[in-house]
Design a protein around this ligand. Structure first.
Ligand code: SF4
Length: 346
């Protein structure tokens, strides 16, 4: 693993105080700054040494693809070790932009509906590599002169964020310190690995961003088929965790989201909806986000044709429910499709 920007800085300038690196972190998000030489509040010799020793971005190359409707861009990004990841820019309902970032190269969680899971895990991303996906889109909007600010970040790209806990935490802290995007507009989406969820409860340095749990079934046996990391007694422990989280880490207005990909004939029946509604009532402030399944070239999996009825059952039971619109299907940029490819693989 290469040294991080901070480690390289410390190696080059061991006597420099910590605030010096804070200056650098802020400059990384300054749209007027295009490289180390432009950071005018650093001494000239420091700029020269940084330019010689530290890449300005951890993204070595990127190809950007636009959906036909112009609402979505996907960047297929090459890192300095030639590993590849994807990151997505989407127009949101307010006419602003949301960025979806990856936290790992591939993923070991192997969720049944997800193309990334089929890659397996290649490695964790460094904090710099996660941070720089957002910087990449800032520069993209600036250079392409596209209107609208980036207002939201979702960590729902390739990888399981909590399996890369420390790097994800550093990333979140840096985004919050250096951009105008607040914690209510940053969401970490996780399959809900209980040891890491428990760690969040104990971790005073974990930032107050939103948490979304990829639930996909409130039947534990079925969930294990969709999300193989499901452990015994998972739902009861998750329910306990949510209650503690809402009591100790979240403001009164804050909720947890359950993400639920609707798979035809798998988890989309009225019974499944009622089970989900019952589970939600055990947890406290939880909203449900229903996600249409997006094609990953697997004939065994199909998009549900029962979304309206499923949502109606939840609403009737008093559950707050939203239905996500798929964006970027034609460039394989929608939820579950990220696998470093543009078209369904044979
Ligand atoms: S849905 Fe997320 S956690 Fe599951 S395999 Fe895909 S990337 Fe990994």
């Amino acid at each position: 693993m290469p040294l991080t920007r901070f480690e390289t800085f410390q190696t080059l300038f061991p006597a420099e105080p910590a605030w010096r690196f804070r200056q650098i972190e802020r400059a990384l998000f300054d749209p007027r700054v295009n490289g180390w030489q432009d950071i005018s509040n650093l001494p000239q010799d420091m700029r020269a040494a940084l330019a010689e020793n530290v890449a300005w971005s951890s993204i070595a190359e990127a190809n950007v693809y636009a959906s036909k409707d112009g609402s979505t861009r996907k960047a297929l990004v090459q890192l300095h070790d030639r590993e590849k990841i994807e990151t997505v820019l989407m127009k949101n309902k307010r006419g602003e932009w949301s960025v979806c970032v990856s936290s790992q190269v591939g993923c070991s969680m192997n969720c049944s509906f997800c193309a990334t899971g089929r890659m397996g895990l290649r490695r964790n991303l460094t904090a710099d590599e996660i941070i720089d996906q957002l910087r990449f889109w800032y520069y993209f909007l600036r250079d392409k002169k596209l209107d609208g600010r980036i207002s939201n970040i979702v960590m729902m790209g390739m990888g399981e964020p909590l399996a890369n806990y420390e790097n994800v935490k550093s990333t979140l802290r840096q985004w919050l310190a250096c951009t105008d995007i607040g914690p209510n507009h940053i969401t970490v989406s996780t399959v809900g690995l209980l040891p890491f969820l428990q760690k969040i409860l104990q971790d005073a340095a974990w930032p107050p961003v939103r948490i979304a749990i990829s639930l996909h079934s409130a039947d534990e046996t079925l969930r294990k088929k969709i999300v193989p990391t499901t452990t015994g007694n998972y739902l009861a422990e998750l329910s306990q965790w949510i209650k503690k989280y809402l009591q100790t880490k979240a403001s009164n207005k804050r909720h947890v989201t359950f993400e639920y990909v609707l798979l035809r004939g798998v988890n989309d029946s009225v019974r499944d909806a009622k089970l989900l509604a019952d589970f939600v009532t055990t947890t406290g402030r939880v909203k449900v986000n229903l996600i249409p399944f997006n094609d990953i070239n697997d004939a065994a999996l199909q998009r549900s044709n029962n979304t309206d009825e499923f949502a109606a059952v939840l609403k009737k039971c008093g559950v707050t429910v939203t239905v996500r619109q798929s964006a970027g299907l034609d460039i394989m940029a929608a939820c579950g499709q990220l696998a470093n490819s543009l078209y369904p693989r044979p």
